[in-house]
Design a protein around this ligand. Sequence first.
Ligand SMILES: CC(C)(COP(=O)(O)OP(=O)(O)OC[C@H]1O[C@@H](n2cnc3c(N)ncnc32)[C@H](O)[C@@H]1OP(=O)(O)O)[C@@H](O)C(=O)NCCC(=O)NCCS
Length: 291
Amino acid sequence: MADIQQSTVALRPGRATDSSVCGRICYEAFEAIARQHNFPPDFPSVDVATELITMLLSHPGFFGVVAEAGGEVIGSNFLDERSTIAGVGPITVHPKVQNLRIGRRLMQAVLDRAAERQFVGVRLLQSAYHSRSLSLYATLGFLPRESIACMQGSAIGIVPSGYQVRRASEADLQACNHVCTLVHGHDRAGEILDAIKLGTASVVEHQGRITGYATDLGFIAHAVGETNHDLMALIGAASAFAGPGILVPLRNGALFQWCLSHGLRVMQVMTLMTIGLYNEPTGAYLPSVLY
Ligand SMILES: CC(C)(COP(=O)(O)OP(=O)(O)OC[C@H]1O[C@@H](n2cnc3c(N)ncnc32)[C@H](O)[C@@H]1OP(=O)(O)O)[C@@H](O)C(=O)NCCC(=O)NCCS
């Protein structure tokens, strides 16, 4: 595999039958880069990576592309097409054939797809310690927007007084969209609806109305609140933080310090990068690593 030529690499849409090979490559690519930098891997096992890739390859809201050479799959990339802003990732290339411009082609494929589908903006989160992906995305036109701390720890179990957190239902969708539009200028209805159906979404109420929501509290989930108190309530009520942890924008110093003072630890720093429409958030939020 190591001696493949760029000219022999072909891209094609991902298929459900690619799940296990793409899942293994996804795990191995992230594990190798994390190990080189002495960080914990984003995926704890091949099974966890494969479960995510299986979902992405079967969900109609995602576009998947794979790279092949000599009939062998050597990488993949995904585009979340469920909401106004498209989300990229996870992108992975087999560790033996990295740095041969295969990642660039996989990125270009999802950007072409986003243009074809007329998305007004595209977003991704990048591991700050990975100089190659940072440079690749920047040369493709992505602008760094802000630094994000991935934070993990024990459940906090404290909710500010006057705030109530409960499981979200489909009846809450409109109110969640309203909060998201207030903060980001657009909704993320596709992600919220999926999370409500999965049973991972929660809402926070303050003075009798919904003032924030979370699709879950974790790496592959986002949250939005009118104020930091809304997010503190959502984070404080969570029984655990899924995957490597929640993603806290560093420029929201008050929230970051609150998380630190409640025992959460920084696992790694990431960079939020975007192309096209990007509205400066006007409230509190936690981005998702993927979508
Ligand atoms: C990220 C990843 C998909 C990139 O794929 P790849 O095939 O290795 O990357 P490419 O060869 O297409 O592109 C790398 C580019 O970065 C450039 N680059 C690499 N290191 C650089 C540095 N330190 N400074 C500036 N540019 C750098 C290379 O020159 C190349 O640019 P070029 O196409 O203009 O020559 C791959 O490395 C991977 O699977 N990593 C592990 C998983 C991961 O981190 N995924 C991304 C999560 S954010």
